[in-house]
Unconditional design. Structure first.
Length: 82
C-alpha cells in the first residue's frame, strides 16, 4: 500500500520519512490511492500513539468528518491523498 510506496521512495531518495506520521491506503498500478476501512480506529490509534500527521485517501474524508471526534482531530493534521 501507501506505506510500502513511501518506504521505497524514502530509500531511493535517501530521505527518511517523518517519525510522527501515520499512513494508510492502497495504491493502484496507475498511482491512485484507494479508500480503506477502519479509518476511525486508525486515527484514534494514531492519536494515542502521539502521531501528529496522518495521511489518508481522499475518498475517506467523509469518514473523518463524520466518525472522529473533533477533540481528537485538534492535535492531528490530516493530509489527504488522491
Amino acid at each position: 500500500g501507501v506505506a510500502v510506496l513511501l518506504a521505497l521512495a524514502s530509500v531511493l531518495l535517501d530521505r527518511p520519512m517523518r517519525s510522527d506520521t501515520a499512513v494508510t491506503g492502497e495504491v493502484t498500478l496507475r498511482g491512485q490511492v484507494l479508500p480503506v476501512g477502519g479509518i476511525r480506529d486508525k486515527v484514534l490509534a494514531a492519536h494515542r500513539a502521539g502521531v501528529n500527521h496522518v495521511l489518508l485517501p481522499l475518498a475517506n474524508k467523509r469518514h473523518v468528518l463524520e466518525d472522529i471526534p473533533a477533540k481528537t482531530l485538534r492535535g492531528i493534521q490530516v493530509h489527504y491523498m488522491r
